[in-house]
Design a protein around this ligand. Sequence first.
Ligand code: S3P
Length: 194
Amino acid sequence: MVERETFACNNFEGAGVLKGKNIILIGFMGTGKTTIGKKTAIRLGLKFMDLDKEIVNYTGTSIPELFANRGEAYFRSVETQILRETLRQTGQLVSTGGGVVTQASNRQLINNSRQSGDLVIWLTASMETTWYRIKDDANRPLLKTTNPKEHIKFLLEARQPFYGQLADYTIDTSVLEPEEVTERIEGLFNRGGF
Ligand code: S3P
């Protein structure tokens, strides 16, 4: 897994202007996007937007039910629609679903947001940590396979290049408490750039 300690800045301009921009969290299932996203949003005074939750609100259906009844392709089309609408707004902390990067249209949307100054942070975790965090979660339909651990490895390997292409900054959450990750994001935010 690529771990970047240094930071490649796009055109992020600092604390004051972040109100007019978004922080977008990307990363695999179990990397803490929702937990960290909520805490960071409160801390930085941004509106928290969880795309999975928005999809559930929009469809009135849980994610496992959506996958089971309408299929993954339908889920992905709603995900793209919600992502597009969400990124029209600013001043948000946007937590994305782990598979958002699988769709070229979503990557384009996230990249466009970066170009206009949004900050994209890739949360990572080791394979073991990921497995430990998600293995018993019934809310993740992609784990309902005969060998979920192998499937996670497969998905992770396929998605890592996309996360890497989109991210301004990478934080490994395996050994950090959510508060520490939030502090790191806040630190970057307060420095007014990276
Ligand atoms: C998915 C991740 C989930 C959710 C859906 C599909 C994926 O979000 O969007 O189950 O393809 O990795 P989390 O990353 O928040 O678990």
